[in-house]
Design a protein around this ligand. Structure first.
Ligand SMILES: Nc1ncnc2c1ncn2[C@@H]1O[C@H](COP(=O)(O)OP(=O)(O)OP(=O)(O)O)[C@@H](O)[C@H]1O
Length: 408
């Protein structure tokens, strides 16, 4: 990493020291580290003579860096804060390949590259799965992520739903007005490192971001899918995350099994509607997750009965699916009389939430603002927020996980 130059006579002027201190506070919006730590400040020259212009040289990571204008504005603000009215010059440049490589090594280490979410990682990996498609799994994922991020956790999403990717839209990263938190809605490539765009504080990567205009159909088979997911997990720089949520494709196919191999320590949340047909398939997806060594930590029922405008209960998809899935995954015999008195919170695999049918939830999703942020008082938002908090506060452990079995 480049050290900002000191004066030839070895003395450090107080103007230079205060510029450096101010630049320590400038954070690269994509990488979320100070520009000084990333080696982006090539030079700071400032004598103590107030008429002599200070000179700062800023090196961006790549040509056309999407966050360039924001970084430049932040650097100017920092310099002006440090030296007031005094004249200065800001020179802009781009890192050399060697400087970029040094920065990458400092971020992720220089050894052989591995998936950074192994068993020793402090990041909790939570895969969100469902048996059937269209049951609201991606909506749940986006809201859990936004809620955890609003609670101050560092959160990422991998949208592994390669055939039905909808996370970018649900997180507000598509459409003409989308900007993303770091000024970009697409990943930035730094050679073999990929910086994910950020939305609502969440780092988001999706297969949808790697498809050009017009080729939105993914027709890859197993090995290609496995390689893509592996690349997401290895090459995308998420930084230190508290939680990585993985939006799985519906069902129990190739990707779920690939993820089982790549992330054997992942925990799984199963999403279902109240309908028996959806619930039965959801149970199977939970059982498959368990077979590949993952721990099922809870069930979320969505599209649950809601209260209509006249106060009447509206159970469009029936009721009871979530409880049924939780009981089955907890190994309960639902026909036994004891099960009727078992409280949901006593179940080994708890029912974390029943998210009612909600028009504001659907509208918020369409607008790219998860309902937990857009309308926190809506009953669906309240239920999703409670589920996010329950997941985030659950201790990690081996209970409920079948160990020692790997799919080859
Ligand atoms: N509780 C709810 N109330 C109203 N609409 C909902 C609810 N949950 C989800 N939806 C709507 O249902 C549709 C499907 O949701 P979503 O895309 O999240 O499902 P999915 O299970 O991820 O689908 P896929 O299998 O295609 O990935 C969306 O239009 C979403 O807005």
């Amino acid at each position: 990493m480049t050290e900002p130059s000191t004066r030839p006579d070895g003395a450090d002027s107080s103007a230079r020291a205060s510029i450096l201190r101010a630049l320590d506070e400038v954070i690269d919006p994509e990488i979320r580290r100070p520009v000084t730590e990333l080696g982006m400040i090539e030079r700071v020259d400032a004598s103590d003579s107030p008429d002599e212009p200070a000179v700062v040289e800023l090196r961006l990571t790549i040509v056309g860096c999407p966050a360039a204008s924001r970084i430049e504005a932040d650097v100017r603000r920092a310099i002006e804060h440090a030296i007031g009215e005094r004249p200065y010059r800001l020179d802009l440049g781009v890192m050399t390949p060697a400087q970029r490589a040094a920065m990458r090594d400092s971020l992720r280490g220089s050894g052989p590259r591995e998936i950074p979410f192994g068993p020793d990682s402090l990041t909790r990996v939570v895969a969100v799965s469902s048996g059937k498609g269209g049951v609201g799994k991606s909506t749940v994922t986006a809201n859990l992520a936004a809620s955890m991020s609003a609670d101050g956790l560092a959160v990422g999403i991998v949208d592994a739903d390669v055939h039905g990717y909808s996370i970018p839209a649900l997180m507000g990263l598509t459409g003409p007005d989308a900007v993303g938190d770091a000024g970009t809605t697409v990943p930035t490539r730094l050679d073999d490192m990929i910086l994910p765009p950020i939305a609502h504080g969440v780092k988001v990567i999706s297969i949808g971001m790697f498809l050009g205009e017009g080729d939105g159909v993914v027709a890859w088979r197993g090995p290609m899918l496995h390689r893509t997911i592996e690349q997401f997990l290895r090459d995308v720089y998420f930084g230190d995350l508290d939680v990585l949520l993985v939006d799985l494709p519906p069902g129990t196919g190739d990707i779920a099994i690939s993820l089982g191999q790549l992330l054997p320590g992942a925990e799984v949340v199963v999403v279902t509607t109240p309908q028996p047909s959806a619930a039965d398939v959801a149970v199977r997806s939970g059982l498959v997750a368990r077979k590949i060594g993952q721990r099922v930590i809870g069930v979320i029922e969505t599209m649950s009965p809601a209260e209509g405008p006249d106060g009447a209960r509206l159970a469009v998809f029936g009721e009871g699916g979530g409880r049924h899935v939780a009981a089955r995954l907890s190994g309960e015999d639902e026909s036994a009389p004891a099960s009727a008195s078992t409280s949901v919170s006593d179940l080994e695999v708890p029912l974390l939430a029943e998210v009612p049918l909600s028009i504001p939830l659907r509208e918020a999703g369409d607008a790219g603002r998860p309902i937990v942020l857009n309308d926190p008082a809506d009953p669906a938002a309240v239920a999703l927020r409670a589920a996010a908090r329950a997941i985030a506060s659950r201790p990690r452990g081996l209970s409920g996980r079948s160990v020692g079995f790997r799919v080859r």
